[in-house]
Design a protein around this ligand. Structure first.
Ligand SMILES: [Fe+2]
Length: 522
């Protein structure tokens, strides 16, 4: 959401080739790696199910090689092992896949046939090297009774404005699941500012080599690697995985053609796929990629993770040159236009169908942008709604609230990214009426490092009685524990984003009780 000019370049996307499933090969011609460690980006696991998960790594002995290929050329066999114990003594599954240049030597191993609701450990080996042993875990079986689930949720990690200490502290909490709410990377770099560390390049990332290297840079961070070694993750994206405030096929810069922007989006989505533990069904087809997904913790929790960027309508009331987020006055008719959508009509139906079928005690919705209504003022003091969040898509927000209400969704809770502030809000049955029923709670995670939301939002708080708390100075993450009787949410703040050894403390904590919409301060 940072207001800034962009350099736009036309990029041509390589044609989409069919993926051939990797097979073991004895062919180890792998020119380019030169005996160096190919696992500089670590490993990760994610997309868990009750009997498996995806194991991920990407070979990159020279992670920032100019061509984006990490110093790799030919195909290389990569061996993987999954064990029932931490010392890797009892290997229960193993195999080999081929990494090649089509997907930047990334591998996505879909492991199945494991026991539900238990930890496993895994590692990769290739080119005479091995990754560290990583922990992962399976989900509970469908409908199973589950005593407790611990989530750690993170958003907005700009490499240049701090160290990823928050990721280190997340790892230390040993969560069952890590949830990324968007802005895992940033496509832009700061200019004219003294910073503790710099991106791999000063210009905006716009092409496949650029996005690949941006992920590579972030993945070299030891705190992020440590986090991925502790638990499986699920990830949705926000804007900065592609471009600030983009919407669907539209750049924030209204002068950029849809074709040019879709080429950029295709490169960005491909790099996202290559760098996340995603299933084959997420392999991008040109500029399109299926990301939204659902994860069940037995009968305890259903996690519905939407994609609020790829299918949304244009932001309302843009200018001839810019569509980027701004505070639009309530006279902007687009704000409430019922034909506009945040998720796209197909995804909306998928979300509401999932609500209808949910048997879970808790229904968790981790998503990108502020859902609660927020009446705010711009720099000139004009009051309105920020157009990039759900406030710019009010009819879609109403449809979501109605679906929650009409399906009698049990204990709905939203966890949100993007804002660069911790914020706590009641979600009202009628968001235009602060006295209407509370039907859900929203917890917004502060940024891992990114610069805080504007102070003017703090001044706007009295206009928003349903917002209980906001802190735009702290950086950190959310830790949440679910049990059959309650959800406890802790806002975890690091001591100093510029201190690589920053300590952690709890800024605020809340409890939501089963069957009682709304929150209490813990
Ligand atoms: Fe962000």
């Amino acid at each position: 959401v940072s207001p800034r000019p962009d350099l736009i370049r036309r990029e041509v996307l390589a044609g989409v080739a069919a993926l051939t499933a990797g097979v073991w090969t004895t062919d180890s011609r792998a020119a380019g790696q030169g005996g160096r460690n190919p696992f500089t980006l670590g490993a990760a696991s994610g997309s868990p199910t009750a009997d498996g998960m995806v194991l991920w790594t990407r070979l990159a002995p020279d992670p920032l090689a100019a061509d984006g290929l990490g110093g790799m050329t030919g195909p290389v066999p990569v061996r993987w092992e999954v064990a029932a114990d931490e010392a890797m003594g009892q290997v229960v599954r193993s195999g080999a896949v081929q990494a090649d240049g089509r997907f930047a030597h990334s591998v996505h191993v879909e492991v199945a046939g494991l026991k539900s609701d238990r930890p496993y450990w895994f590692r990769f080996s290739a080119l005479g090297a091995r990754t560290a042993i990583h922990r992962t875990r399976t989900l509970p079986a469908a409908g199973a009774a589950v005593g407790e689930v611990k989530l750690a949720l993170a958003t907005c990690a700009h490499w240049e404005v701090g160290y990823f200490s928050a990721y280190r502290h997340m790892a230390a909490e040993n969560p069952d699941l890590i949830v990324f709410l968007g802005d895992y990377i940033y496509e832009y770099s700061y200019k004219g500012r003294k910073l503790p560390r710099r991106h791999d390049r000063a210009e905006d990332v716009v092409d496949l080599a650029g996005y690949r290297n941006r992920y590579a840079l972030y993945k070299t961070d030891p705190d992020l690697q440590r986090l991925h070694a502790t638990a499986p993750c699920v990830a949705t994206w926000d804007d900065h995985e592609v471009e600030n405030d983009y919407a669907n096929r539209w750049s924030q810069d209204a002068r950029v053609s849809e074709v040019a922007f879709l080429n950029r989006r295709a490169a960005a989505y491909q790099a996202f796929y290559e760098n996340m533990p995603l299933r084959r069904r997420s392999i991008p087809m040109g500029p399109n990629m299926r990301l939204y997904d659902r994860f069940d913790y037995g009968g305890l929790a259903q996690i519905t993770m939407p994609d609020g960027r790829q299918y949304r309508s244009q932001q309302p009331c843009g200018s001839a040159t810019s569509r980027k987020g701004h505070v639009a006055p309530l006279s902007c008719a687009d704000l409430a236009d019922p034909t506009r959508t945040m998720l796209g009509l197909e995804q909306e139906k998928w979300v509401y169908d999932g609500f209808e079928r949910s048997i879970a005690r808790w229904n968790i919705i981790p998503q990108q942008v502020l859902f609660a209504d927020f009446s705010e003022s711009d720099r000139q003091g004009h009051v309105g709604r920020f157009t990039d969040g759900w406030g710019g898509y009010q009819a879609a927000r109403t449809r979501m609230l109605q679906a929650i209400d009409q399906t009698r969704l049990k204990n709905p809770v939203m966890f949100t990214g993007d804002l660069h502030a911790f914020l706590t809000a009641d979600l009202k049955a009628d968001f235009s009426d602060p006295k209407s029923r509370t039907i859900a709670s929203e917890f917004v995670a502060g940024s891992i490092t990114s610069d805080g939301a504007p102070d003017s939002m703090i001044e706007d708080l009295p206009r928003n009685p349903h917002v209980h708390f906001m802190d735009n100075k702290a950086h950190g993450y959310i830790s949440a524990t679910l049990t059959p009787t309650r959800l406890e949410t802790r806002y975890r703040a690091i001591s100093d984003r510029f201190d690589p050894g920053a300590t952690i403390s709890t800024l605020k904590s809340y409890v939501v009780e089963d069957g009682r919409p709304g929150l209490m301060e813990a």
